[in-house]
Design a protein around this ligand. Sequence first.
Ligand code: T3D
Length: 264
Amino acid sequence: MSDSVLLQTRQGGVLTLTLNRPEKLNAFNDALVHALIDGLQAAATDSSVRAIVIRGAGRGFSAGQDLEVFVERRNSPNKLSVAEHLRDTYNKLVTIIREIDKPVIASLNGIAAGVGLSVALACDLRIAADNSVLTLGFSKIGLIPDGGASLMLPALIGLGRGLELAWSSDRIDAAEAHRLGLVNTVVPAAELEERTLAYAERFASVSPVAVGLTKRAFNASVLPNFTAWLEAEATFQEEAAAGPDLMEGVTAFLQKRAPAFAAR
Ligand code: T3D
């Protein structure tokens, strides 16, 4: 296996981008986020790429922000604020996913958590292995869903069910995710790779003009203020990160104990 944090493979018109930090459940560090942005930007201008799959190596899609890296960043003297970091990383990533005129499909194999789930929700379509587990996880570390999830989640499943998942950080399995409308289709785990390719090929063979304009039309109808919303989300996240709950939540996770959030 390559030591690159992002692997790229091509099968016909389908480009597959594989998050490759399996020893960390593909938790994001900045190198992985920027490699993914670069891969998507290159694909945007390559007319031979007709559909893009994002998947994770190993036993999960992504565990979200790497929390050990987050603590290092937080303790560094020239640290970016949480809002600045969102602007420099996840907001750029989900913006290109929404703006690229091609189908972007998340292939979920196991865990998708935190901003890992947000990235999957920003994709156009989601195909999930039947052993997948989805959780927002942000509330456990005193944050709000970011990476566009505070917009994509209610857009996909509605306000009440979205808030329930955001506040509870419940882990839901693939069948429940399908019932809620969070994923388009569920397949046996052993068949995920071949079924994902076949699924992507269906959309890779549609008129690219129709595909691109349909995506723009749907973006305009359901997500007309996506970019402005990401900025608002970053501002809310900065406020959440200003109090003690974030570091209590992250420390509790890394120490494998339950967080203690005081009343305020
Ligand atoms: O400024 C900013 O960057 C703000 C942006 C924030 C964006 C975010 O994504 S915030 C949310 C970050 N993610 C999480 O909070 C998820 C934390 N992880 C979990 O809740 C669970 O680990 C999972 C649900 C992902 C998986 O559970 P499970 O039971 O399958 O595995 P596990 O035993 O909990 O984890 C396996 C290992 O992965 C474990 O390490 P160990 O004990 O084997 O050495 C665990 O610590 C590690 N791990 C899991 N998630 C992360 C992680 N290490 C670093 N960062 C992680 N996010």
